[in-house]
Design a protein around this ligand. Structure first.
Ligand code: DQA
Length: 191
């Protein structure tokens, strides 16, 4: 199980040479390298993948249900067209953050529609390669919130209900008898 699955969609393998005036000069390998370093700093285990194939991406998201706690994704052009990817993301229960290098809202109208934003926790767009860095930070924070809530549930006994009934309550019952036993033995001594 990894903390974060990072997904790069179609044509992002061409970053660096692909329309650098829009997407910047960083290659996908550069971005992946920076994310790896950032993950180490955050103490998160991440896995990264890229595909130009919609079906491969759907399967990766389905698999993430058991293999990853969160997903950070740039589904590139499929963002604007893929009901299948939206449906796959909707099934994933962990934190989901969408990122885009360019600011889609300032581009062609067909890019201003995201089918996947509506099933995500949030989106980060328009900061070039930094969108990924900000996205990983956002996912990390969402995971921290969940982990915090989980820890509180454990302390309250929510996750250890049955052991609590069989171990804690008998121990408390014994503890309640302790003062009586002490008094009784004191009385024995006085006599
Ligand atoms: C993109 C924006 C999409 O519209 C486009 O098809 C991409 C890249 C971005 O990161 O800016 O391939 O997702």
């Amino acid at each position: 199980m990894v903390d974060v699955l990072v997904i790069f969609g179609p044509n992002l393998n061409m970053l660096g040479t692909r329309e650098p005036e829009i997407y910047g000069a960083d290659s996908m390998a550069d971005i992946m390298g920076a994310l790896s370093d950032q993950a180490v700093d955050l103490g998160r285990r991440i896995e990264m993948m890229q595909s130009n194939d919609e079906g491969v991406l759907v399967t990766a998201i389905q698999k993430a249900r058991s293999d990853a706690a969160a997903i950070l994704f740039n589904l590139a052009a499929y963002t604007h067209t893929s009901v299948a990817l939206r449906d796959a993301l909707a099934m994933f229960d962990g934190p989901k953050v969408e990122v885009h290098l360019s600011n889609n809202d300032r581009r062609e109208t067909f890019r201003q529609v995201s089918l996947t934003a509506g099933v995500s926790d949030g989106s980060i767009v328009g900061f070039g390669a930094d969108s990924f860095r900000l996205g990983l930070d956002a996912v990390h924070r969402l995971l921290l919130r969940r982990e915090g809530a989980g820890a509180i549930r454990q302390i309250r006994g929510g996750d250890i209900g049955w052991p609590r009934i069989f171990v804690m309550w008998p121990l408390l019952a014994l503890a309640a008898w302790a003062p009586c036993l002490a008094l009784y033995s004191a009385k024995v001594v006085w006599r």
